[in-house]
Write a protein that binds this ligand. Structure first.
Ligand SMILES: C[S@@+](CC[C@H](N)C(=O)[O-])C[C@H]1O[C@@H](n2cnc3c(N)ncnc32)[C@H](O)[C@@H]1O
Length: 250
């Protein structure tokens, strides 16, 4: 039995492999083809977290878990609540960490979804705000929920059109505090060709009119965010490759 403490070595190997995977375009294309094939089965819709449907790829749930555990935000803002699973997931991590709350914004919080969220044991860590994510009124309500000096993380997962996501980045990017992350969901929509665009959605977002295009435009406007190459490198079976950015200056 070995007694060697190999934890640093193990982490270093993980980092090296993730960076290498991030540069492997062939592996990325294989994974993209797999995800396109899985979309036929609504793969992102098949999961739940603690009993509540979460519309995410398992890889993104893992990645978000790594971010939250490492950065321990006081507040997480999510635009796009849907059935609430993602909020419950993030609230469950904050509960174990022992602090913090999740603020969810959605243009349409349906009564049955509100019911599932409000009856969940984690509901005390959750605040729901109904309204379009980028209006002044909604933003004022969100800001009023953030305590002074709180560390703030943001997840953007609402309307995925380029202009809306860019608007959200301009509204919510400034709320993210140094050391915390902004996650731009569904950047995968900008990584394939037109024929790979998911069509089983309430709206269809083709390459160019999607979150990746918005993110790239936003990164031209600000130097506050940097792509986390290690985390994004391993996000091949993800809806949001390249969508995890760290705030590097206040
Ligand atoms: C992809 S779902 C969110 C999934 C959720 N984050 C999860 O992981 O389970 C998108 C949601 O965005 C909401 N939405 C669409 N346009 C919006 C807008 N302009 N402002 C706020 N929410 C919006 C929709 O009502 C829908 O519930």
């Amino acid at each position: 039995m070995t007694t060697k403490d190999d934890r640093l070595e193990f982490e270093s190997h993980k980092r090296e492999m993730a960076l290498a995977l991030g540069k492997d375009e062939e592996a990325f294309q294989h994974a993209l083809n797999t995800l396109v094939a899985l979309d036929k089965y609504d793969y992102a819709y098949l999961w739940s977290w603690m009993g509540v449907p979460i519309i995410q790829m398992p890889a993104d749930i893992m990645a978000t878990q790594e971010v939250i555990w490492n950065t321990r935000p006081d507040v997480i803002i999510e635009t796009g609540v849907a059935r609430g699973g993602s909020m419950i997931f993030m609230a469950s991590l904050l509960k174990v960490i022992g602090k913090g709350k999740v603020i969810g914004v959605d243009i349409d919080i349906r009564a049955h979804n509100r019911d599932s969220i409000e009856k969940h044991p984690l509901s005390p860590s959750i605040t729901l705000i109904e309204g379009p994510s980028t209006t002044a009124g909604t933003l004022a309500k969100v800001k009023a929920e953030i305590p002074a000096d709180a560390s703030v993380m943001v997840v953007l997962d609402s309307d995925h059109s380029r202009d809306h996501v860019l608007d959200e980045l301009r509204c919510y990017g400034p709320l993210v505090t140094e050391g915390q992350y902004i996650v731009v969901a569904d950047t995968l929509l900008g990584r394939g060709d037109m024929s790979q665009t998911p069509t089983k959605r309430s709206k269809i977002w083709y390459p160019g009119d999607e979150p990746y295009a918005a993110l790239n435009a936003y990164l031209e406007e600000t130097d506050r965010f940097e792509t986390d190459e290690v985390l994004n490198g391993k996000l091949v079976l993800s809806s949001s490759p390249g969508g995890y950015l760290k705030c590097v200056r206040q």
